[in-house]
Design a protein around this ligand. Sequence first.
Ligand code: ADP
Ligand code: TZD
Ligand code: MG
Length: 569
Amino acid sequence: MANEANTACIDGFHLVIEALRLNGLDTIFGVAGIPITDLARMAQAEGLRYIGFRHEQSAGHAAAIAGYLTRKPGVCLTVSAPGFLNGMVALANATTNGFPMIQISGSSDRAIVDLQQGDYEELDQMNAAKPYAKAAYRINRPQDIGIGVARAIRAALSGRPGGVYLDLPAAVLSATLDAAAGARSLVRVLDAAPRQIPAPEAVERALEVLARAQHPLIILGKGAAYAQADAEIRALIERTAIPFLPMSMAKGLLPDDHPQSAAAARSFALAQADVVMLIGARLNWLLEHGRSPQFSPAAQFIQLDIMPTEIDSNRPIAAPVVGDIASSIGALLARLKPGQIRPSSAWLEELAQRKQHNLERMRQRLNANPVPMDFYSALGAIKGVLADKPEVYVVNEGANTLDIARNVIDMRAPRKRLDCGTWGVMGIGMGFAIGAAVISGQPVVAIEGDSAFGFSGMEIETICRYQLPIAVVVFNNGGIYRGDDINRGGGADPAPTVLMRQAQYEKLIEAFGGAGYHAADPATLANALAGALAARRPALINCLIDPKAGTESGHIGSLNPQSSLAAKA
Ligand code: ADP
Ligand code: TZD
Ligand code: MG
């Protein structure tokens, strides 16, 4: 007996599973195959949740959004070379957006890969991953699995979160260790995202700049949403009476119908603000790099961010507050004196008037009821259905479908809106929807451009296989931006932006036993969506939108290079 116990062994597969479990990582999103099929099987046998996808990119997006929502790195598991590369778009997107995730890929024999002798699925994955990941590691020995997983978790979560690549050669998975040594090799990561307390003088400086402001404005970004400091952020905004603008994934941090929301007067608020306080939002293209004419050249900026090098990246920052958002907001609140910050009443009144005017214009658009539907009339129907369901996640991608839904669909709870984010990447749709549904058990509505949907559409089978409460609404305008372009050469091939308008997207989900709907008017759309959400079953609504309703590139047409020849003509 004693002899048997002494020789008990644990293999690399089980060490990986135990290392994940020890750190509370209980869900794996992946696609099975050599050399990780047994890792997935054994993980399931050991009580971890394994969600199998049709494509690694969607598995990766699911892991990334699970990481964003839970503040634990989402885990994506892939096979070597092509599976690894399929996952890389999601890993790179996670890094760009600051979502914590770990992509674990099995890899081929190092000796053969390094001499390029043509192994099955040969690729130097770790080095290929480096430019796109926050960190990339390879575990070469079974006794390093515990440390390797710990390093990956800490790299994903600390500072600005991001995507971490972890390379697992097949030989390490099947190698064995003495069980007691294996148990000792595991690491429970303590305080992976330590608080970062801002310097008191930085906090004081920020309050001084704010106190001088006549037209202050707060911009909330997805870093603020990620920080889960919802009550503190709300207290700061309400105690200072400063108007706020949420970036798209920060919508709902305070409800969109909050009286201090300046979203309906966005351009005016940006252009007229004399002090702009960024809370977990970068001055990247989504904020026009902080430049004029969108911002006043004289405006002063306060920036709350965890990443010191983000400060001054696009324009000078008068008051940087480097720290984690919960600590920074806490410090600001602690030092804020009653009456210290007073936005001018003229500023608040002017904003209120502009808001009212723009909201009235929006109401008219939503109620116009054109035939066929345009984006506004369809989104008006969805808005109505979601109005009393703040718990529903909204996933959103496309161009017009994205830009207009962002403005029309109000969010009333934090971290419920999940979209293309910093890269404007198409293909997040089904992965984000599945990730959110799996980790929360809550219903999801995915509002998808017909082009955007195509990037991850096959995951409809995944949604049906796991019976997830996801309703996909495909905004079928027959194309990328619009469905009415023509072949400029006069040939029979469709134009580059044209897709099949007559496509019966609803049949896709019927093939897998889900509920398909066809909606050509707002009432039918509202009924279908309400029914799908009430049933909490997989559904897809093919929503017919006027092919002429959209604009090229949605709201970012100015980024589209124009032909100089066309301009001269
Ligand atoms: P958005 O796209 O919504 O404008 P960004 O992704 O551009 O937001 O910016 C998010 C910012 O938030 C990043 O610069 C990131 O470093 C920062 N951030 C993320 N998490 C935290 C946190 N816990 N505390 C402070 N800053 C954070
Ligand atoms: N490929 C990837 C991965 N990301 C992208 N952003 C694009 C291509 C280019 N692109 C956009 O920027 S939006 C878009 C593409 C292909 C689709 C727009 O069409 P849609 O939405 O049907 O999804 P609308 O409502 O017709 O505008
Ligand atoms: Mg379209």
